[in-house]
Design a protein around this ligand. Structure first.
Ligand code: NAD
Length: 324
């Protein structure tokens, strides 16, 4: 382990990516303050300090950003398609307040580097109408037409970060995640995303010996999925780089939701019957163009979908079993 005196704030440290990021930063010798509305739900935090704060509030943001050199801004009111397609006003309101106040507080407290976590949801709907989608390059963001309020807010907050860089000299980094998955994230309750939701449904099917698994829509919608360890490595590399434009971070292997079900069922060792039901599907197809990621970081995600799902499925099956 390399000891460093750098003091870092992770917002959203009680959430899925934030919790894993805190672990990785601690393993690399950083001093870490985590902030969130809640403690991590599935494992204890190893942060040096963990403060329960509501970052929609200006005074909380000033407190959170005091005495740190770097901020990883992950806090957001978010979830999978089911959540973001049904809570537009809440998401736009809460996330705007969080990002406007956290960034300004970072400037006032003279933070040196600020990494903002954006999303592939900023990309325009008109470029994602086909399951065999052309992978999205960073410049495809404009002309803008994100599908949901969640994506519009992310796009505006990206611009805010860029203007803080141009106008105030704050060193900003902007990452656009493409479907991050892994253990220790929401797997039920309404905020879970497709990989976790499908792992849960297949675990329930297996443990109750009922092969029927519900899939939203026809299941032919496509995405790429990136394992959490690659995500964390990517954002730490980006923070250390000198690149201040938005950058994709994801895998570039396109799979349909039906294929995702088949991969998870094979890992579970249980044959399932897909039952297609009405439900939000999001855009028809979305993939990451990683050309710039490779150029800038000299690296790209390494962990295969099967390897990542193996770990994720095992964890979720254990959670489901424990609840039965
Ligand atoms: P998550 O929901 O697990 O974590 C977000 C955390 O922010 C939660 O713990 C939540 O309690 C916290 N939070 C919400 N409102 C807050 C507030 N007012 N004050 C303080 N904390 C607050 O989500 P995640 O998957 O870990 O996502 C982290 C970041 O990455 C988010 O900004 C998200 O939009 C972005 N992102 C994630 C993905 C993905 O696939 N997981 C994809 C694109 C972008």
């Amino acid at each position: 382990m390399v000891e460093t005196t750098t003091r870092v704030l992770v917002t959203g440290a009680g959430g899925f990516i934030g919790h894993h990021l805190v672990n990785a930063l601690k393993n690399n010798g950083y001093w870490v303050r985590g902030v969130d509305l809640k403690y991590p739900e599935y494992a204890d935090t190893v942060a040096d300090e963990f403060e329960i704060l509501d970052l929609r509030r200006w005074d909380s943001c000033l407190q959170a950003t005091r005495g740190v050199e770097q901020v990883y801004a992950l806090a957001a009111d978010m979830g999978g398609m089911g959540f973001i397609s049904a809570h537009h006003a809440q998401i736009l309101h809460n996330n705007s307040l969080i990002n406007i106040h956290t960034l300004e507080a970072a400037r006032i407290n003279e933070v040196k580097r600020y990494l903002y976590t954006s999303s592939a949801c900023i990309y325009p709907e008109f470029k994602q109408t086909d399951a065999e989608v052309v992978p999205l390059k960073e410049e495809d963001a404009y002309p803008a037409q994100p599908q949901d309020a969640y994506g519009w807010e992310k796009l505006v907050s990206e611009r805010l970060a860029q203007h803080y860089h141009q106008d105030y000299g704050l060193e900003t980094r902007i990452v656009r995640f493409h479907n991050i998955f892994g253990p220790l994230g929401h797997w039920d309750g309404g905020r879970e995303k497709a990989p976790a939701a499908l792992c849960r449904k297949i675990a329930v099917a297996k443990l109750t010996n009922n092969p029927r698994v519900e899939v939203w829509g026809d299941g032919e919608q496509t995405r790429s999925f990136c394992f959490i360890d690659d995500c964390v490595e990517g954002i730490m590399r980006l923070m250390d780089s000198d690149y201040d434009e938005p950058l994709n971070l994801g895998q570039d292997r396109l799979v349909s939701i039906n294929q995702l079900v088949d991969i998870i069922a094979a890992i579970a060792g249980f044959e399932v019957v897909k039952v297609h039901v009405a439900g939000p599907m999001g855009v028809r197809g979305r993939n990451s163009d990683n050309t710039r990621l490779r150029q800038i970081l000299g690296w790209e995600p390494q962990i295969t979908l099967e390897e990542g799902l193996e770990v994720t499925y095992k964890w979720i099956e254990g959670e489901v079993r424990a609840r039965m």
